[in-house]
Design a protein around this ligand. Structure first.
Ligand code: CP
Ligand code: NVA
Length: 309
């Protein structure tokens, strides 16, 4: 049984295997309809339980399609409807019941500690569907999307992140170490990644550069990533934070400092960090990026269930 909680804790070899499997599976089902099951029905009879303590559109739907296309089924729980969410049952007992009824568990929560606690009590795999520090399924899928569009390994590309030091960036930093790609981060000084993350990167001797100037960060980029400046449940003065990121807005001018064929990616939902012109423009591949989560999460599920070929 393998969990999928943080990219930094998963061997690079396994992450690459997941991407390769997703590529093969995506190719093989070109002619299949949305709910048709992959040949061999590899997760036939398996139940994936999903629990969201925060809002989600893409993650819940893409996991729904992922498990269905592998022959299994899913149910989504709202934490506030459980005894756990009302303070009436422990994580230990909840985890025992989830492990009794289900075969895998996707959790989106505001607490990294909660993911770890569930991991300790579950006897089924847990997948982090977004936590304060990490959004691993999103970022692994984004690596897949970059390689699909650019038709080369991500290690040969200059990746740029313009935005907040949030969960998605946390996972992108981990991915840059695992997949060995250069990562420029553009953000205001006050919103740089934590010392803990920077020290981890230094220890792993990888190619990450921080700029407090968006143009410097974007120069020569093959891919520019962004995400909402204000994340879900981000306890900040929203207006003030958006103002602090004003010089980091992704517009056509900023894109012009990157390579000519630079693409734009954004995990969605979006906010004022990107102009409509860029978001809906030719360089943007955000819809394919969202779709690819289905394909990559299928291979993540197979990895967790020990069925990755
Ligand atoms: N990108 C992403 O995780 O979207 P949701 O919050 O809608 O799941
Ligand atoms: N960083 C964002 C990602 C949403 C998918 C958030 O945590 O709200």
């Amino acid at each position: 049984m393998k969990h999928f909680i943080n990219l930094k804790d998963i061997p690079a070899k396994e992450l690459k295997k997941i991407i390769l499997d997703a590529k093969k599976r995506k190719n093989l089902r070109k002619k299949l309809n949305t709910l048709e099951v992959d040949k061999g029905s590899p997760l036939k009879g398996k139940l994936l339980i999903q629990m969201f303590e925060k809002s989600s559109l893409r993650t819940r739907l893409s996991f729904y399609l992922a498990i269905k296309q592998l022959g299994g089924g899913t149910i989504t729980l709202r934490s506030n409807e459980l005894h756990l969410g009302q303070g009436g049952e422990s994580i230990a007992d909840t985890a025992k019941i989830l492990s009794t009824y289900g075969d895998g568990f996707v959790l989106r929560t505001d607490s990294d500690k909660k993911v770890d606690k569930f991991k300790n009590y579950l006897s089924i795999p847990v997948i982090n569907g977004l936590s304060p520090s990490s959004h691993p399924t999103q970022v692994l899928s984004d690596v897949f999307t970059v390689e699909e569009i650019k038709k080369k390994p991500i290690s040969k590309l200059n990746i740029c992140w313009i935005g907040d030091s949030n969960n998605v960036l946390g996972s992108l930093i981990a991915a840059s170490v695992k997949f060995s790609f250069k990562l420029n981060i553009g953000c205001p000084k006050k919103f740089e990644p934590s010392i803990k993350i920077i020290n981890w990167v230094k220890k792993n001797n990888k190619k990450i550069f921080i700029f407090n100037n968006a143009i410097e960060a974007a120069k020569d980029a093959d891919v520019i990533f962004s995400d909402k400046v204000v994340s879900i449940n981000d306890k900040v003065n929203k207006k003030k934070k958006i103002e602090q990121f004003k010089k980091f807005k992704i517009d056509k001018k900023l894109m012009s400092y990157a390579k000519k064929d630079c693409i734009f990616l954004h995990c969605l939902p979006r906010g004022p960090e990107v102009t409509e012109e860029v978001f809906l423009g030719k360089k943007s591949h955000v819809w394919l990026q969202a779709l690819n989560r289905v394909h990559v999460q299928k291979s993540i599920l197979l990895y967790c269930f020990g069925k990755l070929r």
